[in-house]
Design a protein around this ligand. Structure first.
Ligand code: FES
Length: 568
């Protein structure tokens, strides 16, 4: 008996659909049109995050056929199943945003349920927007089946005259309008032009960050993350991803063979080199947790201190995903990092080859790229785009996107708010002044619940011209589109009794990016007195999904996960 045949015998679909006693299961496959030959082949799942409720995954259903064709060419029968989508920027700044991070784990759960219930032998996941991507990757390592991730692609940038636009411009223009800096007509023109096609937000916000990281993790094909959603190269990468799954099933390479410590290390190196979204930290921790890999904020901190920031992309820099694609995409960045010794080239990828081998074989085109991707020897900044902070205000850690601010040290006066709306209204009423540190708490994983992004507030700060003179600290999250001195993921969160809960109006707060510190500058005895007096608040959600989530979710410093992970 050949090795492939032996492997096939061990596939989940064999036990479910083969043998006389499985006639009833086969009858249902025949009912959907499968032939004897199709039933005999391994069964591949095409997980598609699809939704018409926004542009990010509007088009992804059209990509399914290409993945199935690739699977077919590799001798695998492909069947598609859906997973859900929460479009972040449509829910942003509303109660709906509380469902965004919640949806990540729900997506992983829906994939687990469908793949396990129907005995698939492997999966290709198509994702877009912020949470579908980590949710799909979490499911892949949780299930530990042969798996390939493929991105649905970002939107093309918008143009207003010569000005290149992304959704970030709309948010900041709202802030500018609210503070009287631009007219309603100007705001409307920006709104009309900012996001001109289907696909995810065009800058290096969370969706494009996670897509880029999928290449460094080795779970996606090199070059597959940067073509825009409207490019015909999307179809090609979907076809090739389906085909790659056939090879993985045949060779028995599973998701946890690919997503190892080294792969997570490489993804973090890329995150730092690109100055990607702080959400990338949360999601990498969650993927590590689901894979059973010990990979912590300490590992991330160590990497961030030695990897240079070399890619100029919005919001920190100038360019968008389409620009990176034009100069060589993520493989160009990875090649530079590998050449300078920053990557662990021996990590396995979904091609069955190592990252170093895959990069050697990748077809690079020699075109000028220094305006987008610098050489690591001549970086934009000598250390990574995100810094992990610890201190009396965040004993379990917090994150700061240093790429998005020119300020390395900030000391200011605390202005605490217990929700996003109150902070936004204070900015609108011009009550926030230079030197203030806006503290938004009780918006963490348990507290909100769902750890919403504070983009409306951060954009209002920038839009009001306070981006260089006001800092923000929160136990919530930030959008990848956030700019300025913004510290998020403060842990423990206020709802879990973290020190952020006892910050008082006028307290001094110190944020030091160089030293990796965030301190509440009140003396120890006073802090202890306040902590003793703190009482938990009644939960904000008492029923339904949010209540269930609040009961299960762990600290942001551990990826805000809700499942026990492979070790239980
Ligand atoms: Fe989906 Fe920005 S709202 S990527």
């Amino acid at each position: 008996m050949s090795e492939v045949r032996e492997l096939k015998e061990g596939l989940p679909s064999r036990a479910r659909y083969h043998g006389v006693l499985n006639a009833s299961h086969r009858a249902f496959l025949r009912a959907i049109g499968l032939s004897d030959a199709a039933i005999d082949r391994p069964l591949g799942c095409v997980v598609v995050s699809w939704s018409e409720a926004g542009p990010c995954n509007f088009h992804t259903l059209g990509l399914v056929g290409h993945v199935k064709a690739g699977m077919e060419a590799a001798g695998v029968t492909g069947l598609a199943v859906p997973t859900l989508v929460v479009n972040d920027n449509i829910s942003m700044g509303t109660e709906g945003m509380r469902y965004s991070l919640v949806s990540r784990d729900l997506i992983a759960d829906t994939i687990e349920a469908q793949v396990q219930a129907h005995a698939f032998d492997g999966l290709v996941g198509i994702g877009g927007c912020d949470k579908t991507q980590p949710g799909i990757m979490m499911a892949m390592v949780r299930l530990n089946l042969p798996s390939v991730y493929v991105y649905g692609g970002s939107a093309e940038p918008g143009y207003l005259g010569d000005r290149k636009l992304t959704i970030e411009d709309v948010y900041e223009s709202i802030g500018a309008y609210v503070s009287g800096k631009i007219s309603e007509e100007e705001l409307m023109e920006i709104e009309r032009h900012a996001h001109p096609t289907v696909g995810t937000c065009a800058g290096l916000f969370t969706a494009n960050t996670m897509a880029s990281l999928s290449e460094a993790l080795g779970i996606a094909l090199l070059g597959s993350s940067t073509p825009v959603a409207t490019s015909s190269r999307r179809a090609m990468y979907c076809y090739l991803s389906g085909k790659a799954l056939g090879h993985l099933i045949e060779t028995g390479i599973k998701a946890r063979d690919v997503v190892t410590y080294d792969a997570l290390y490489n993804a973090t190196v890329l995150l730092m080199a690109m100055g990607g979204s702080t959400n990338g930290i949360l999601h990498l921790l969650a993927i590590a947790h689901e894979a059973g890999v010990s990979f912590t904020l300490r590992d991330i901190d160590e990497i961030s201190r030695k990897v240079p920031y070399i890619v100029s992309m919005r919001p920190a820099g100038q360019y968008v995903m389409a620009d990176l694609d034009a100069v060589g995409g993520v493989p160009l960045v990875l090649r530079k990092l590998l050449e300078r010794g920053y990557l662990r080239g021996e990590a396995l990828t979904v091609t069955g080859k190592t990252l170093a081998e895959s990069l050697r074989e990748y077809r690079f085109v020699d075109i000028p790229h220094d305006h987008v991707v610098k050489d690591p020897a001549n970086p934009i900044k000598p250390t990574g785009g995100i810094r992990i902070l610890w201190g009396s205000l965040a004993p379990e850690g917090a994150v700061l996107k240093v790429a998005a601010t020119g300020i390395e040290r900030f000391e200011g006066r605390a202005r605490p708010f217990d929700d996003e709306d109150s902070a936004f209204e204070a900015i609108r009423r011009n009550e926030i002044q230079p030197g203030d540190v806006v503290v938004i708490r009780y918006v963490g994983p348990k507290g909100a619940p769902g750890m919403p992004e504070m983009l409306r507030v951060t954009a209002a700060i920038v839009g009001a011209g306070l981006g260089d003179s006001v800092a923000m600290v929160t136990d919530g999250r930030f959008s990848g589109a956030t700019r300025g001195m913004m510290v998020g993921h403060v842990a423990p969160e206020a709802a879990a009794g973290g020190p952020i809960a006892v910050v008082e109006e006028g307290d001094r707060v110190l944020i030091d990016a160089r030293e990796g510190r965030i301190e509440l500058l009140v003396d120890r005895a006073e802090l202890e007195r306040r902590m003793k007096g703190w009482k938990p608040r009644p939960p904000r959600a008492r029923t339904g999904l949010l209540a269930k989530y609040a009961a299960l979710v762990q600290s942001a410093s551990k990826g805000a996960v809700t499942s026990p992970g492979p070790s239980g």
